[in-house]
Design a binder for this molecule. Sequence first.
Ligand code: RIB
Length: 294
Amino acid sequence: ISATPAVTPAATIAITVVGSVNLDLVARGSRLPLPGETVTGATFARHPGGKGANQALAAQRLGAAVRLIAAVGRDSAADEAMTLLHSGGVDLQHCWHDDRQPTGVALVSVATGGENQIMVAPGANACLTPPRLPDDLGASVICQLEVPLETVCAVAARQPEFLCLNLAPAQPLPHATLATASLIVVNETEAAFFGTELDHCPGLIATTHGARGATLHQHGCQIATALPPTVAVLDTTGAGDAFVAALTLALLEGQPADVALHFACAAGAFATTRHGAQPALPTRREVLELLGRP
Ligand code: RIB
């Protein structure tokens, strides 16, 4: 692939992300515990996270103008969780502090080599119900499944011009909602959960395979495949979110499918080279440099 997206996009793309905000409590150790096992010797860090927030910040760093619709608690964890969204310039006018629930928390374990395990306590993310959606969602929307599914279904029912559904964490969704998506993004585990149902969706289906790259299918036929650049992996948390944001943005910019997929794989690969979810998300220039663009 010789072509890459321009360093400065021709026009700024506006994207609305409807999704979760979490504070990630991260233990980094030599290996992940087995069920029922205790592993000691880890180090601890706190990072802003949540799939919605990560994807919003990723798209903003890659050059989009992003608005995030999300809920946090009225607590100090909210400020910590939102700090990089604030400094990164994401529009947070539609984020609110819920008085009844705490800010979402993700307990993240990361092993040497970057593999992770995540357990999420959604807290205020569960308060992002359909009545909380603004009247105007905009033309291009990204959703994940860390907020109530009825909200994801309500977004799809509005039929935005471009809807990206990242089916993480995997849960059953009505076929009508899946069929509305212009782009569905799943990892291998999520792809197995949905099985052949995704073949019957009219949109693009992107499946990520970690260091083995990603594929893009439509109507069950492969239309593009890409390998990520080789990187030294430290932490895979947030890599999928960088991929979702980059692929959505590149497709909205009108990039050909294979160019968009390579860009997304490089964004995901870059995100594995630094610790934490949001601190690791690359800028557009960093992705293009990783792709070897001068
Ligand atoms: O995709 C990574 C994210 O999943 C983490 O930041 C964590 O908050 C969980 O939502």
